[in-house]
Design a protein around this ligand. Structure first.
Ligand SMILES: [Ca+2]
Length: 591
């Protein structure tokens, strides 16, 4: 059953479902959802720790959790199917009617992975760009209406007994099956989805046009129903359920992963979130628009790719040495407060090859400051991260495919028009350039609740024994580390202090890593093994060794990552390529 589809009544969907069951129970749930949608649209955010009586969203979640316990219960009627026997199977179920379209046996091979697939998190060796994958069964299918998924099941002898969901990134829209390969290479049964819709890469959101069901699928439901179904397929195929379940993802995938800790707290034992867009609504609406407005002057973008290089060098001049090593990396960007005035050209109306005009300095000040309303109150907790400039070219400068439009502006325009508002007509005339920081963030609260993973009430996840490991690059140009730190500090407050929080949730800052992976920093590390050990043996990670990918000569350099608030600092003696030459110091953002 598609909970939201009944209430949206909107456009037809790609994979039509005939003969949907309409029991009284459904009518009750759907009526509750309708009330919920209307209420949240009108009432905005309720107080934290709401009960189902106070908060219709909580009621929906409780109903979904109850559903999940019984989902796909009679799949294969207790039989243990081989790969071929799972093809062409139509499944009717209250959690979501489903179709297993096709299956095939894929031979053992070296499978390609992109750096993004690795996500800086699930494999240590990005160098070779391939991972060895075992012979496996590929199950392709969908859950109604449009949640396409691919599940990869290693042969029983190669299965490590675990299940993994790889949550899709960006605006999702395709089944990125290569994202399964890092987990598959470790023997996981792995599933990934298209996020509940068909779309194109990049920030393109027309798929969400007047389709509230698709928006909710994108936000959380697609991963949830694909997981419920996949877990049952895994149990049938191997004759026993997975011993442990993990969800991994970066960016929007990181948001989805963290979301599980509050929305479906018993569905996964381990959550590995890289560079999570926790406040999705805030980043893509408010913060993108703030940056787009900062960058625009008389219809032109004030920064060029060449300017970003100059800016990066200027920021390094001011801040690189604070971690006791001038290596092009800021281990703790919170310690860097760039002095933009010092970067101004002598004749302030001019820009130059190594300095900035007055208009550019103004833009930079705004770009690196958190968005604020007209009274100076912060409306999103982070600006651009100092040290991320070299990675920021498509985000902050005009792009060849959309001349004059940085990615932040394009993304905000799409999001505001099709996704930001409960009533889509409210966004029809909105754009990054006319965004109103006094009024618009509050108007978008209803959908913020749908998309965001900002709740700090993770008690049920902790009680389940779940462990949350978050990693975030210090040179992330797309999603600011400061926003993740802000969330983690709020989590500490809500969870009874640092030690109580570190017992189930840890954040690791990754020096010099760009968004999800890449950059000139240390993006090769194995956070998944650290998480497995934590979940399965109870040993929390105190240190993760990360290797540097770039420049190539730096390939053997390694650094220790520490749980926040600790960050690595060069001791000043010894070989800087050796992780033993670093000590843990407290991040400036902790003070
Ligand atoms: Ca440095």
């Amino acid at each position: 059953m598609n909970i939201i589809a009944h209430t949206s009544g909107g456009k037809p969907t790609g994979n039509h479902v005939a003969g949907r069951k309409k029991s009284h129970r459904w009518r009750r749930i759907c009526a509750a959802v309708l009330v919920a949608l209307l209420t949240t649209s009108l009432a905005g955010m309720p107080a934290a720790h709401a009960t189902s009586a106070e908060d219709p969203q909580v009621a929906i979640m409780e109903q979904e959790a109850a559903l999940g316990k019984h989902a796909y219960k009679n799949l294969f009627n207790g039989a243990k199917p081989d790969c071929a026997a799972m093809a062409n199977k139509w499944i009717k179920d209250d959690a979501g009617d489903a179709m297993l379209l096709s299956t095939q046996v894929a031979p053992a091979r070296n499978a390609e992975i992109s750096a993004v697939d690795a996500g800086g998190a699930v494999t240590t060796d990005l160098k070779d760009k391939t991972v060895p994958t075992p012979r496996h069964c590929v199950v392709s299918g969908y859950v109604a209406p449009q949640v396409s998924f691919e599940l990869r099941l290693p042969d029983a002898k190669a299965w490590n007994g675990r299940f993994m969901l790889v949550a899709c990134a960006g605006f999702c829209g395709t089944v990125n099956s290569s994202a399964c390969n890092p987990g598959l290479s470790r023997g996981y049964a792995v599933v990934t989805t298209n996020g509940g819709h068909t779309g194109s890469p990049g920030f393109q959101a027309t798929w969400a046009h007047r389709d509230n069901a698709a928006r909710h699928d994108f936000a959380y439901r697609a991963n949830h129903v694909a997981t419920l179904l996949s877990k049952k397929i895994v149990a049938a195929y191997y004759g026993k359920p997975a011993a442990y379940s993990y969800v991994v993802g970066c960016s929007k995938g990181g948001n989805s992963a963290v979301r599980y800790a509050s929305r479906y707290p018993a569905e996964f034992d381990g959550i590995l979130a890289s560079a999570p867009v926790l406040d999705y609504q805030g980043r893509v609406s408010t913060s993108f628009s703030w940056q787009a407005q900062a960058l625009e002057k008389n219809g032109k973008t004030v920064l060029s790719p060449a300017d970003l290089k100059v800016l990066h060098e200027s920021i390094l001049d001011q801040c690189d040495g604070a971690d006791a090593r001038k290596d092009g990396i800021l281990n703790d960007p919170a310690a860097c407060k760039p002095d933009f005035a010092a970067m101004a050209c002598d004749r302030s109306e001019l820009s130059g090859p190594n300095c900035f005009s007055k208009a550019q300095i103004e833009a930079l000040r705004k770009l690196y400051a958190p968005p604020a309303d007209s009274k100076g109150r912060m409306v999103y907790p982070a600006g651009q991260t100092p040290g991320s400039e070299l990675n920021a070219i498509p985000w902050l400068t005009a792009r060849p495919e959309v001349p004059g439009t940085p990615l932040v502006e394009h993304g905000a325009d799409q999001w505001l028009r099709y996704m930001a508002y409960a009533r889509q007509s409210d966004g029809s005339k909105k754009s990054a350039q006319n965004f109103n920081f006094d009024k618009d963030p509050a108007d978008m609260e209803a959908m913020a609740k749908v998309y965001n993973a900002t709740t700090t009430d993770l008690g049920k996840f902790e009680k389940h024994g779940g462990k949350l490991l978050i990693t975030h690059g210090t040179a992330d140009e797309g999603i600011s580390l400061a926003a993740t730190v802000d969330y983690y500090k709020r989590l500490i407050k809500a969870s009874g202090g640092l030690a109580a929080t570190q017992a189930f949730a840890r954040l690791f800052q990754v020096p010099g890593m760009a968004h999800c992976s890449g950059g000139v920093g240390y993006d090769r590390f194995d956070a998944l093994s650290a998480l497995e050990t934590w979940v399965e043996q109870g040993t929390a990670p105190e240190k993760i060794i990360a290797k540097r990918s770039s420049p190539p000569a730096a390939g053997e350099e390694a650094i220790p990552l520490y749980p926040y608030p600790l960050v690595p600092k060069f001791s000043g003696t010894g070989d800087p390529a050796d992780p033993d030459s670093y000590r843990a110091v407290t991040s400036t953002s902790w003070r």
